[in-house]
Design a protein around this ligand. Structure first.
Ligand code: SDX
Length: 432
């Protein structure tokens, strides 16, 4: 069958060019526009990358209209119900579910990464206790980029695998240490008999009883799994672009963490709880906040709602809502977190019926309920985005590896529409 193509005709010169169409397995096919400048003298223009495919990837696919998400072809709902964070991490990295032996060997590798050098603690202790944990995490990753710089060998598969293990295992340990620090606790040791989620809970909340640790670790494991990857979102695109210069993977992940921190990206989970707490403590009702979110002159947005790709309910939000409900059922009836969940459900119901939100297809996203579960477990609000970063490190390193193994790998370097001054000459200061 003739190669698929689209033809573009320049209305000014009547010149035209055929551009190849590349087939996707799922989602829209793409037009390869690389010949556009050479043959017609134009660049494409897409601020915010609304309609631009930046790379070829086999890792994750989102159907935004249906509100569906697949990791390596497996529906997120099935993985959340039947798999766990470790097995899903293997899947995202290796494009297959592991056999028992493969999972055991991978688990041993991951646990070997629990030995994070305790010199990282010196970096954590430099910060004030009220410093934002995402700033502390970024500094720790930069410290690791220096610590491992002598070994830097991006083209070497073994170096990439060792870095992958160090990051996937190390970020959760550093996250727990940061939590110890901001809570004024001593720095806890990791326990190699535990999974990443169990070990995080054990290090962060040593005072929980065994039943509470088990419940919290299971909820945390699913939250890590749900946050692990999500196509070319802002922070993953940052890690790809940063990693494309062949910089240290620890430095590229530090860049991803900085991007995720923003309130319109991963920082939304913290912003949602701030919003729910404000509503709970105010004398205004939910409708007042809905009206504020609709007011163009008001910068207030309904945090946890809306998404660049999902124009339907974020499937991860549905799963986390269920976890929140189940987890809150285990708490005593006057637990201060229950009213937040009720306010969230009321806000969601209102927004899903309001014409402004309906016409813009603004639905709850992954961040809307995750803060409620994290708060119920006892995670300080400032740590919510660190939890997101801990999980997303898996997706970031999966994309970093996929990019470096791509036969078309090259440094990323976007172009621009220049609308500044035309060419001019220097004017001496005495003549200005
Ligand atoms: C994550 O990309 C990913 O995959 C991200 C993520 C991942 O896993 O990596 O899913 C994680 O970042 C989830 C999103 C978390 N952020 C929030 O919950 C913050 C609140 N949401 C908004 O900031 C916004 O919806 C974004 C940033 C999520 C999406 O922004 P877009 O795609 O640029 O959409 P937009 O700003 O162009 O909005 C379209 C319209 C606008 O109104 P009009 O100009 O058409 O009249 O919808 C309005 C916006 O004003 N709108 C909102 C709104 N979100 C969009 N109005 C009120 N409240 C909101 N939350």
């Amino acid at each position: 069958m003739a190669d698929k193509k689209i033809t573009i005709k320049d209305g000014q010169s009547d010149n035209e060019i055929d551009l190849p169409v590349l087939d996707s397995i799922l989602g829209p096919n793409v037009v390869d526009i690389r010949a556009l400048e050479k043959n017609l003298g134009y660049l494409s223009h897409d601020p915010g990358f609304i309609a631009t495919s930046s790379c070829e990837s086999k890792i994750t696919f989102i159907d935004g209209n249906e509100g569906k998400l697949w990791y390596r072809g497996y529906p997120i709902e099935e993985l959340a119900e039947k798999s766990n964070f470790l097995e899903t991490t293997y899947l995202l990295l290796n494009d297959k579910l592991p056999s028992k032996n493969e999972l055991k060997s991978f688990s041993d590798d991951i646990k070997s990464g629990y030995n994070v050098d305790r010199s990282v603690l010196k970096i954590i202790e430099v910060f004030d206790k009220d410093s934002h944990p995402m700033a502390i995490m970024t500094a720790c990753l930069s410290y690791l980029s220096a610590k491992y710089h002598r070994d830097l060998n991006i083209q070497n598969k073994n170096y990439r695998y060792k870095s992958t293990i160090n990051l996937i295992s190390g970020v959760p340990i550093i996250s727990a240490w940061i939590l110890n620090f901001i809570l004024g606790q001593s720095f806890k040791d990791s326990d190699k008999t535990l999974s990443i989620a169990e070990n995080f809970i054990n290090m962060a909340f040593p005072k929980l009883n065994d039943e509470q640790k088990k419940l919290s670790a299971r909820a945390m494991d699913v939250i890590f799994l749900l946050h692990a990857d999500h196509e070319q979102n802002a922070s993953t695109s940052t890690v790809r672009l940063s990693g494309s210069s062949e910089t240290s993977p620890y430095a590229a992940i530090a860049a991803g963490i900085s991007t995720l921190w923003g309130p319109t990206h991963g920082g939304a989970n913290e912003a949602v709880i701030n919003m729910l707490e404000e509503i709970k403590n105010s004398d205004k009702d939910v409708e007042f906040y809905i009206d504020q979110a609709k007011d163009k002159d008001n910068p207030f947005r309904l945090m946890g709602f809306g998404h660049r790709i999902y124009k339907n309910y974020d499937p991860r939000a549905k799963i986390i809502q269920k976890i929140a409900h189940e987890y809150l059922e285990t708490l005593d009836k006057d637990n201060p977190n229950k009213p937040l969940f009720d306010i969230a459900m009321k806000l969601e119901k209102y927004a899903l019926e309001d014409e402004y939100f309906v016409t813009r297809k603004l639905y709850p996203n992954v961040d809307f309920y995750s803060g409620i579960v994290l708060k119920a477990i006892g995670v300080p609000q400032s740590m919510y985005t660190v939890i997101f970063a801990l999980a997303r490190t898996v997706g970031w390193v999966a994309h970093w590896n996929e990019m470096l193994e791509d036969k078309n790998f090259r440094i990323g370097r976007p172009r621009q529409l220049y609308t500044g001054k035309n060419k001019t000459s220097y004017v001496d200061i005495n003549e200005r």
